[in-house]
Ligand binder design. Structure first.
Ligand code: UTP
Length: 475
């Protein structure tokens, strides 16, 4: 049976020039053969060859990247009476939208986390400075706080990858989902790694090298898992998308949601001002009248460096990877008119691979192309978008690396700075250095407040305000 299936598959793979996948078939153990069969059956070679042909043999990507770019327009911080009036109106719309059950939270928690190099899923990282809460717990508390404030229920969808799936589910199980009642897990898709000439790479004699299909894989994962239909049936219109590696994010923000809803946007995104030209964040731009994100490596240097008469960067709108997605719009990428429009990006990687003799080797230079979709690639297809200027400290402190920039340490420091800022705004006398960092650890629970506005309100209403000193936890 196994051999017959293998023969048939081999013929099929041969048609696409991929029969080397079965090169060591005869010397595989039965288990290995079964594993390889399963992997091989799961691949859509027609789809793969179209993708690879498109990426390797056409100039489409180049021309897409280097078309005429303009800086994206964005909604600036409120700066006048009129702005504040508009802010209030948007907040009211957003609050109604949330209270009416029209918003779901969505965390992408898949990927490989290779830069961080931590074996467990990133969401299990103990991230808060004092209580050492995990990222998943922080998000759960933010969602529960919004549910309580708006007397509603918020469905929380978490996207995992092959690598993070089982452990994530087990972790939530052990912790009673941190009190979140409506929680759903969806596993993202995978793609095989290919060589420069489009051949599938084997990581061992009986195993195809697979990797997650990128955070853009979320679009298909939401459709295939039935989540989009579920959200539609629940009357949810807006998906609040955020990434697991950014614990500081406001999971449910009425202002952002209100702007998005008021303008009937299909996608909205938060931007943070780039700190310096070479900063490694994508940049919101406009091309052909549509909003898009250009990766930092693709933004031509002269544009990255360009400054206006005030000395500010012209292409300044950094992508904080926080988006609002309209459910109906995401549906269009699932079996509808935009189904195959979001395509893949290529990254060159070094991965384990078998040589012609069947030995697994680790090459010295990149041997594999990793094919990934990016969520922001849906932006150009949206007719209506809002890009919202956002304060970095209140929204963006990603954990990418094990040390240095964008690490657990910088994220904990940012949380401390943020708490200190709120306390200072409330008139509390708290020492801090020139960077705004206090000399001791404190923590404010998201169940108390997850933003300055709510904090000030709650703090001023406290009958017995705690003295702020080392180890103070405000909940
Ligand atoms: P990154 O692009 O930083 O990728 O993901 P990564 O896999 O976490 O880390 P590296 O690049 O291997 O070091 C940004 C966010 O998107 C999610 C990650 O969980 C993270 O929250 N992501 C990324 C996915 O959910 N799936 C993917 O395939 C890639």
């Amino acid at each position: 049976m196994t051999n017959r299936q293998a023969r048939e598959l081999r013929v099929h793979f041969c048609k696409y020039g991929q029969d080397h996948v079965f090169k060591f078939w005869e010397i595989l153990s039965e288990d290995e053969q079964l594993q390889l069969l399963q992997q091989a059956k799961s691949l859509d070679l027609d789809y793969l060859s179209n993708i690879v042909d498109g990426l390797l043999h056409s100039n489409a990507r180049r021309s897409r990247v280097f078309g005429t770019l303009f800086p994206a327009r964005f909604v600036k911080f409120p700066n006048s009476e009129v702005d504040w009036q508009k802010w209030k109106e948007a907040v009211t719309v957003g609050e109604q939208h949330i209270a009416n059950g029209k918003v779901a939270a969505f965390t992408v928690a898949g990927g490989e986390g290779s830069r961080l190099g931590c074996a467990a899923p990133k969401g299990m990282l103990q991230v808060t400075p004092l209580k050492k809460k995990t990222i998943f717990q922080v998000f759960a508390e933010k969602i529960r706080a919004a549910e309580r404030k708006y007397e509603t229920s918020i469905h929380w969808i978490i996207m995992t990858s092959e690598r993070t799936h089982n452990e994530t589910i087990e972790f939530f199980g052990k912790n009673d989902s941190f009190g979140v009642e409506n929680i759903h897990f969806v596993k993202q898709g995978q793609m095989p790694a290919v060589s420069g000439d489009g051949k599938i790479i084997m990581e061992s004699r009986g195993k195809i090298a697979m990797h997650p299909d990128g955070h853009g894989g979320a679009l298909k994962a939401l459709g295939k898992s039935g989540m989009l239909s579920m959200l539609e049936n629940l009357g949810v219109e807006t998906i609040s998308y955020f990434q697991v590696d950014n614990p500081i994010v406001r999971c449910i923000d009425p202002y952002f949601i209100g702007l998005h809803a008021k303008n009937r946007c299909q996608v909205s995104s938060r931007m943070i001002k780039k700190l310096y030209p070479e900063e490694r964040v994508g940049v919101f731009c406009e091309r052909d009248g549509r909003t898009c994100v250009i990766e930092y490596s693709d933004l031509p240097k002269e544009q990255a460096m360009l400054r206006d008469s005030n000395g500010d960067l012209v292409f300044c709108a950094g992508n904080a990877a926080i988006h609002l997605l309209d459910v109906q719009f995401v549906k269009k990428f699932n079996g509808s008119d935009l189904d195959s429009e979001v395509t893949y990006h290529v990254a060159k990687k070094i991965i384990h691979a078998v040589d012609q003799f069947g030995n697994t080797i680790v090459p010295q230079s990149p041997n594999a192309l990793k094919l990934e979709m990016f969520i922001f690639d849906i932006l150009p297809f949206a007719e209506r978008t809002v890009i919202l200027e956002s304060e970095r400290l209140s929204n963006f402190s990603p954990i990418k690396n094990s040390e240095g920039l964008d690490s657990l340490k910088t994220c904990q420091q940012d949380q401390l700075k943020l708490f200190t800022k709120w306390l200072l705004a409330a008139g509390v006398d708290i020492p801090s250095d020139e960077n705004g960092l206090p000399p001791f650890d404190i923590e404010i629970s998201p169940m108390f407040a997850d933003n300055k506005h709510d904090f000030l309100k709650k703090w001023s209403a406290l009958a017995n305000k705690p003295a702020i000193a080392a180890g103070q936890y405000i909940e």
